[in-house]
Design a protein around this ligand. Structure first.
Ligand code: AMP
Length: 483
């Protein structure tokens, strides 16, 4: 890899208007199906859902009622520890690197995405959920995070704040893709964006943040990186690339034949076996980069070396969205199986022209997004590391009056920062002690009618079975001393 890196390194030296023009609708409006047809198609999701359940290792049950939509998935409490760990790491990184949290609406004017992501892209052409709302506005469910953040940056005058402005988000994204392992119609991303920093160090720092996020969670990360230069450089390269592929048109898959006219760069990341060997011989964009683009890229690579973030240069990495310039990068796990080999954990790049394109002052910008479901799939391979610690104390109650007192005591123990197990729905002491046993707590506190009257509580040592009576007002210092 070092050799490859060195060789390539040497080589490398208006606003958001509100209403859609009716003519343009055809670009992104899916053909309307009669509602009856959709109703008839209802059994499909059940089968699909069963596969998804099985994939998750869960028992799928027979349902006669409504199901989540095809390609959409419930995230259940049984996996909350992975989501908490991921979000917790993201929040800590955001705070350390001074990124403010932003949450933009799930629905936006559809033209925001058509203008930013680009008409010829898969997302806009085939995957975006677009519909007319009750006011007959063309709206879209968010297919990716950056465009909305750029709109908000412009709308709220953040151009006038001291730059750089740094923001992060976690949000759900909607893409009407063919559901398969690791590919859903609703998924979640954590994204970090930096506005107003034109230096390659901003790119390097962002890559390092994503790298740290993933590797701190124990994922062996591979960073792939490339430069796609500025639009004029890219345009010249695309002419060359199109010429190369036209000569080999008959060997291309059907999708690539279409891409050849609409979005030739996308040919480079075609996953079809027949197309892959053609790519290896294809012209590389680095040969079309200007001196200043090469210099930018070189400086970024040097920053990454300084940050000790390992990377590999991928001359064919282009990303699927139109708005990138200069740097593009993606993150993969090194522990890939056949199914995940082509599935990035995340990606991003520089988008220096997008703010202006969406009606703002020219502002350089760079960002990344990582897919939360795909990261959680990686974390699930090491469940022990993410298992939540059970409480060390259980609070049992006996009788209705004691239950009320227990409610209050739980609140007080929580205020003292203690984690206490309980089950207010159970009435028998045996049932509650069984739960305490299962949770492997060290002490169970027992609050019965007598203790209530006396202002005391029983503390039972779960290992020895020994019990002592403690003044209830002293229970917190008592436990803190013991634990
Ligand atoms: P993209 O903007 O397409 O590069 O997406 C960023 C990241 O989001 C990807 O690298 C994936 O980890 C994740 N992702 C994208 N599309 C999906 C999907 N349909 N289902 C699950 N995760 C996705």
């Amino acid at each position: 890899m070092a050799k490859k890196k060195k060789a390539s390194k040497q080589k490398a030296k208006k606003k958001v208007v509100k209403k859609a023009a009716p003519k343009k609708r055809a670009v992104f409006i899916a053909k309307k199906k009669p509602i009856v047809e959709k109703k008839l198609a209802a059994p499909a999701p059940v089968a699909e859902q069963k596969t998804a359940d099985a994939e998750e290792g869960g028992a799928s049950q027979k349902h006669s009622g409504l199901q989540a939509l095809r390609g959409m998935k419930d995230i259940l409490p049984k996996e909350d520890q992975y989501w908490y760990a991921l979000l917790d790491h993201a929040i800590r990184l955001a705070q350390f690197y001074e990124f403010g949290w932003i949450q933009t609406p799930l629905l936006e004017d559809a033209r925001l995405y058509v203008r930013s992501i680009g008409k010829g892209t898969d997302i806009v052409e085939k995957e975006m959920y677009v519909f007319e709302d009750r006011d007959l506005e063309r709206v879209a469910l968010r297919p990716e995070g950056t465009a909305g953040v750029v709109r908000a940056y412009i709308q709220h005058g953040m151009l006038n704040l001291p730059q750089p402005v740094k923001m992060w988000y976690f949000a759900s994204m909607f893409r009407h893709e063919r559901p398969q392992k690791g590919r859903y119609r609703e998924h979640h991303q954590i994204g970090f964006e930096v506005f107003g920093d034109p230096s390659p160090s901003a790119d390097a720092q962002l890559i390092a943040i994503a790298y740290t996020l993933l590797s701190d969670l124990g994922i062996p990360v591979e960073v792939r990186i490339n430069s796609i230069g500025m639009p004029d450089e890219r345009a010249r390269y695309i002419v060359e690339l199109t010429g190369y592929y036209r000569a080999k048109r008959s060997y291309l898959c059907e999708d690539c034949k279409k891409r050849l006219n609409r979005n030739p760069l996308r040919l480079l990341d075609c996953k079809e076996e027949g197309c892959k060997p053609l790519r290896d011989e294809a012209p590389q964009i680095v040969d079309w980069l200007s001196e200043s683009s090469k210099k930018f890229f070189m400086e970024l690579l040097e920053d990454l070396d300084e940050l000790q973030v390992p990377y590999s240069l991928d001359p064919f990495l282009v990303r699927g969205l139109d708005y990138y310039s200069h740097t593009v990068f993606e993150f993969y796990t090194k522990e890939q199986d056949a199914e995940t080999a082509q599935s990035a954990l995340g990606g991003g790049g520089r988008y220096d022209l997008l703010v202006e394109q969406l009606g703002g002052r020219p502002t350089s910008a760079v960002g990344f997004g990582v897919g939360m479901e795909r990261i959680v799939t990686e974390l699930k391979k090491r469940p022990d590391e993410f298992a939540q610690k059970p409480p060390t104390v259980f609070l049992a109650h006996l009788g209705q009056g004691a239950r009320r007192k227990a409610l209050r005591l739980l609140q007080d123990l929580h205020a003292e920062g203690m984690r206490v197990g309980f089950n207010l729905a159970k009435t028998s002491l045996k049932a509650q002690l069984d739960i305490a046993d299962k949770q492997k707590v060290i002490y169970t506190l027992i609050l019965g009618q007598k203790e209530m009257m006396d202002g005391t509580i029983i503390v039972r040592d779960m290992e020895s079975g020994a019990q002592e009576i403690v003044d209830v007002t002293k229970i917190v210092p008592f436990l803190k001393k013991k634990l």
